[in-house]
Design a protein around this ligand. Structure first.
Ligand SMILES: Nc1nc2c(c(=O)[nH]1)N[C@H]1C(S)=C(S)[C@@H](COP(=O)(O)OP(=O)(O)OC[C@H]3O[C@@H](n4cnc5c(=O)[nH]c(N)nc54)[C@H](O)[C@@H]3O)O[C@H]1N2
Ligand SMILES: Nc1nc2c(c(=O)[nH]1)N[C@H]1C(S)=C(S)[C@@H](COP(=O)(O)OP(=O)(O)OC[C@H]3O[C@@H](n4cnc5c(=O)[nH]c(N)nc54)[C@H](O)[C@@H]3O)O[C@H]1N2
Ligand SMILES: [Mo]
Length: 694
């Protein structure tokens, strides 16, 4: 591979070059990229071999990034709706026409009440600049409603906050030295590939790998042991493990005494969970729990790779809390290869106030809408309690019509003829179909950005490799242009993208190093909590959380049964989970043909017993339904599904599925115990075969 270009080249001068970048996607790996450009065209995207976490390797999806960027259906000019909402009919308009009209519409609404304008965004790009860099400034100045960005990780984040004090944990590289790795609610082969390499290295050096997942995932089948528990029972399992650690005295009493608080209470709670009770709740053999407790209590160093798959249920926050207590009980944090990692993002010194400028709000305190309940909220009328009806929606970096729960409601909301919707996108997604204006946005190959990570502790800089395609503009530029038209003249609206990249970390990270090599490693201790020093108020790992107690919640972690407990409803006897498909990234990449070919078509994995009871065979079209809706796809009778649980993989585009819907027709808008997160995997359904002709 040729040496990457250094220095500050502008995109237009990059006719032939290799350019350092960063993968923008919502994945813990945040890979360092090298893009090869010939005659101004990006011909190849590869992993940077010099970046140790990327190690020269990319996942299948992102190695196809050029196929996505030059996709024939890429949006290259602004579009204005001509047909009814959702019909997908648009005509090209000039940027000036689009921006003038959007600014006029927003100005008119803002004159009545700016809170009726709702931004809606998530992590289509994880970049701090093209993410909320300029957008937050714009919406703060406008006084638009806030968005609670909770659709992914907030229950787990709150769980960690209330136990360890923040989104902090082990350095990922040290997993390679662990002797026991518990992969909990995570399928790294699909969604955290570079971690899996480290786990493999540890395995070659004699480590034991245990996977805790209702689904026999690609990862589970390659571990030494797989505990296929029922969805939403992880806290029961963790408490059962604690029970055994106590009974056998596999505890680090010194660590507990010095560096934790609330031990007596937790001990009492855990003693209520003999492994037999945990086994009954989790639906796994009691021996598996005893054996895992033995391994965890006696193997050093022991490391837990927790992921967000296990917090998408009612008790998600409590479950993360229960698991996050385990390393302190056995003193695992003493070793750099011991402890736990869910998210590392709390380690990054992001200068959010400088970037997002909340001061532009002045004295205003707009209402907050939770992105998980957008279906309900779009349908709400004005009221003293709610405030104004949502009149305008500006969507960027997200595809809510496909990814938000209870899509029946979401679609109904987006279809409101009196709602003014603007979507900034690369493609005409399910959401873009409902827009009044679609604005074409640049991809990561075409813009500057800067990235933190939630799976490692390096900052990455992304340089543009090519000029923007067609008339595409950066998200930042679109918000700058709207700001100018709306008379927002604060100097912060003219800050350019390279300067925003500098602002994101201020002086805390060497920008010269980022410009020079594309990444910079945060200076952090190897074993951050070997001697306590948790970022909690007391500096201790808080088994008992005074913070939670002050909110009127249980201060100790407990098992909170799902809203929809498997076996509790005769009408809907099956639990459904819908974890990520390997070749898609949430709903991104579903329209890339070569990747869609690998995934085939939307499938429902079902255990042979459940299939037989319903007369279903592999390849049969089935109807999956509950009170919220119905979804149809092919069944796959598979040992990946445990009895009583069906798996509907990936977030397919509705319009690319056989019946124009996807799995989120079935999921609910209820919220988790902490963090107001979604409960995608807390969902009961029934499945029935359909006649051949359907
Ligand atoms: N290829 C690919 N990679 C991705 C994504 C993608 O869509 N595709 N998504 C990205 C995003 S947005 C995120 S948030 C991250 C992390 O995304 P996560 O949703 O955490 O995904 P995984 O790490 O794969 O972990 C999910 C695993 O948890 C299991 N699971 C479901 N319910 C439970 C439960 O109740 N308990 C337990 N123990 N396990 C359960 C699922 O079967 C699945 O195998 O991955 C990112 N990486
Ligand atoms: N049933 C079910 N539903 C789920 C999940 C699940 O496991 N099961 N997972 C949930 C999780 S963990 C998450 S994080 C959410 C993810 O939900 P979203 O954050 O909405 O993620 P994506 O579906 O990937 O959609 C991102 C969109 O942003 C666009 N985009 C990317 N980069 C840019 C850019 O630079 N500018 C602009 N304007 N647009 C850009 C992409 O083209 C894409 O259409 O989905 C959630 N939904
Ligand atoms: Mo996510």
């Amino acid at each position: 591979m040729p040496e990457p270009t250094s220095g500050t080249l502008q995109p237009t001068s990059l006719m032939n070059a290799t350019v350092r970048g960063a993968c923008p996607h919502d994945c813990p790996d945040t890979c360092a990229l090298i893009t090869t450009v010939e005659n101004g065209v990006a011909i190849r995207v590869q992993g940077n071999p010099a970046h140790r976490h990327t190690d020269g390797a990319l996942c299948t999806k992102v190695s196809r990034y050029t196929e996505r960027s030059y996709h024939p259906e890429r949006l290259l000019q602004p579009l204005k709706r001509v047909g009814p909402k959702g019909s997908g009919h648009f005509e090209p308009v000039s940027w000036d026409t689009a921006l003038d009209d959007i600014a006029a519409r927003l100005t008119a609404i803002a004159a009545r009440d700016p809170q009726a304008i709702q931004p809606y965004s998530y992590a289509g790009t994880m970049g701090l600049v093209q993410g909320e860099g300029m957008a937050a400034r714009f919406f703060h100045r406008l006084g638009a409603a806030h968005l609670e960005r909770t659709i992914c990780a907030s229950a787990g984040a709150e769980g960690l906050m209330n136990t360890l004090g923040g989104k902090v944990g082990m350095k990922v590289e040290h997993f390679a030295e662990a002797k026991l790795i518990v992969i909990w609610g995570s399928n790294p082969i699909a969604s955290n590939l570079h971690f899996w390499r480290l786990a493999q290295q540890a395995k070659r050096d004699g480590a034991r790998l245990v996977c805790i997942d209702p689904r026999r995932s690609e990862t589970a089948e390659k571990c030494h042991e797989h505990l296929a528990l029922r969805p939403g029972t992880d806290a029961a399992l963790a408490l059962g493990l604690m029970h055994e650690l106590i009974q056998h005295d596999w505890l680090d009493h010194d660590y507990i005494a010095r560096h934790t608080e609330g031990w007596e209470g937790l001990r009492e709670r855990a003693l209520q969970w003999p492994p037999e009770r945990a086994a009954a709740v989790c639906g796994v053999p009691v021996q598996q729990i005893s054996a895992l407790a033995h391994a965890y209590g006696t193997t050093k160093p022991a490391a837990i790779r927790l992921n967000y798959g296990m917090q998408r249920v009612r008790g998600g926050g409590n479950a993360v809390r229960a698991v996050a207590c385990l390393p302190a009980l056995v003193g695992a944090w003493r070793h750099r290869a011991g402890g736990l990692l869910l998210s590392a993002s709390g380690h990054f010194p992001v200068q959010r106030a400088a970037l997002h400028r909340p001061d532009l709000l002045g004295q205003r305190t707009p209402r907050t809408i939770n992105m998980v309940t957008i279906g309900n909220d779009l349908l709400r009328e004005a009221s003293p309690d709610f405030g104004p009806r949502i009149e305008a929606l500006i969507v960027y970096n997200s595809n809510p019509v496909a990814v938000a729960p209870e899509s029946g409601k979401v679609v109904q909301g987006f279809a409101r003829e009196d709602l003014f919707t603007v979507v900034l996108e690369h493609f005409q997604t399910d959401t873009a179909d409902y827009a009044d204006y679609i604005l074409p946005a640049t991809t990561q190959l075409e813009h500057w950005d800067i990235h933190a990570s939630y799976g490692h502790t390096d900052v990455l800089l992304n340089r543009p490799a090519i000029a923007p395609l067609g008339q595409a503009r950066t998200n930042t530029d679109i918000f700058r242009a709207l700001a100018a038209r709306m008379g927002f003249d604060d100097p912060c609206f003219s800050e350019d993208d390279l300067s925003l990249c500098r602002t994101a970390f201020g002086d805390t990270v060497s920008f010269d190093q980022l410009m020079d090599q594309g990444y910079a490693t945060l200076d952090l201790p190897d074993a951050p909590f070997a001697h306590g020093g948790f970022p909690t108020a007391s500096g201790r790992c808080t088994f008992f959380s005074a913070r939670l107690a002050a909110q009127g919640q249980d201060g100790l972690p407990d098992h909170l049964p799902n809203f929809e407990v498997a076996g509790s409803s005769p009408q809907y006897p099956l639990a459904m989970i819908s974890p990520p498909a390997r070749n898609f990234l949430n709903s991104t990449f579903v329209n890339v043909q070569s990747l869609r070919d690998m995934e085939g078509e939307p499938l429902l994995e079902i255990h042979a017993d459940d299939a037989e009871a319903r007369g279903i065979q592999s390849g049969h079209m089935v109807r999956i339904f509950n009170d919220r809706g119905e979804y149809r796809c092919k069944a796959k009778v598979s040992s990946r599904a445990r009895p009583g649980v069906v798996n509907g993989l990936g977030v397919w585009w509705r319009k690319l599925g056989p019946f124009g819907t996807n799995v989120n027709e079935l999921t609910s808008q209820r919220l988790t115990d902490m963090g107001n997160g979604p409960v995608f995997y807390d969902c009961l359904v029934e499945v029935a075969g359909l006649p051949e002709s359907v």
